[in-house]
Design a protein around this ligand. Sequence first.
Ligand code: KG4
Ligand code: ZN
Length: 356
Amino acid sequence: MPTRPPLVLGIETSCDDTACAVVDGKGRVLASAVSSQLAVHRPYGGVVPEIASREHLSNWLPVAAEALERAGVELAHVDVVAATRGPGLVGSLLVGLSLGRAMAWSLDKPFFAVHHLEGHLYSPFLSDGEEAAEAPPERFLGLVVSGGHTTLFEAVDGGIRTLAETRDDAMGEVFDKVGKRLGLPYPQGPEVDALAERGDESAVRFAVPRMSDGSLDFSYSGLKSEALRAIEGLEAAGVATDLAAVDDPPVGVLDVLAGFRRAAVTQLLDRLDRVRREQEISLLAVSGGAAANRLLRRRLVPWAAEHAIPLRLVPMRYAADNAAMIAHAALLRLRRGATDDPLAATAASRIPLATG
Ligand code: KG4
Ligand code: ZN
């Protein structure tokens, strides 16, 4: 290992984004390149796994070249290689993981097979600027909200424990499904959020689900069904609900989306508040694609301030899937001194985030 801070090359291909990033030993992102496959999958209304893995293969070289060039780094200068091992689409994961394993082995560099959620969990601590990244504290609460997960983690001394997770759909997923019903293109979450900004969130009331057994777990499928029923009701009343066919979305639709978003976000705040009443939260880190949600970000800030809880929101650039978070998670593990065997690492579609 050189005496200068190590350069970590990260690779993320768990779903439909081909991503490569270079993060330096201080946790600063030197370059983060993401090639989206959205246009290729759009005609099918969702991600087609076989197409995704083929696209990763053809996108990889230009994406890697872009990341290295923007970072001003040659492959030979990379000190550590990291790639996502899961969860995700196995064919997609295999492309990035195999590339990472081959690179680490041929360059004779340390290798890390990183859990996708570990990447998200620590992403609020990435440095997007000149200053060194803040080291995650020994203990913190992490909320990961994405298209596949809605999970509350407790990180203690590098170990990770799941406090609560969704029992059905993930938050981003229901934003996508409600948006799809309105004729919006995938991923619908950002647009549903933008449209909700224009609605009256008190006009249509949605229930905030709680588990009957008192658990902290989340549930989003009931809320999704309620929103879909409300849209059907509008349609039956003659309101235009195919937003692809109208210039200006009807007020009724905007109000449904605003009410839906309020309930979706309130559920997260409800669980956080219950944790707060039961234990001291030394710091809250919020990440994942749906952590870009405007209402969530707006409501978290005063809530954390009111209860004097230090809050780290993932920078908007690193909310959605990216390889900087994978490189950064590897860097944190490198500091703890463990590496993975590039010849033994395997990809898996479903894997729990192991506690260390
Ligand atoms: O983390 P991510 O890029 O991929 C997964 O690991 O799932 O998250 C993507 C998800 C999609 O479901 C997308 O619609 C959702 O995050 N999303 C949002 C917003 N921006 C992205 N959901 C709600 N509000 C947003 N502003
Ligand atoms: Zn993700």
